[in-house]
Ligand binder design. Sequence first.
Ligand code: FES
Length: 125
Amino acid sequence: MITILSKYKTVKEKDIKVWFKAGPIDSFFKNGGACVKYKDLQIAVFNYKRKDKWYACQNICPHKLEMVLSRGMLGDNQGIPKISCPMHKKTFSLETGENLNGDLDAIAIYPVKIKNDFVYIGFSD
Ligand code: FES
């Protein structure tokens, strides 16, 4: 089980080696999430329309290791964009991955860019 989580590592802009073309922007829900697959990773992608920003993180919730974060609720915690897991409402910052309402390990987050109406996610390998 720990092995599954260890596959997900936050990618910083400076470490991007691959911009993965995840799909056209209109295939993603506004103010909602979708799951895309990159290699053997499930990545949750969020079109946070109210903030006019895009975010990506691991789809697996570190609480019970369910692949559910893409189905979570987007929100805001004192200016920090967050995702709330649909299972037991653990929340995570979409900027840092930090667990905002508990002591779970941070989730991995990934850079997102929009180019020519397509969504790209940055990976380090
Ligand atoms: S599985 Fe996500 S909060 Fe429990």
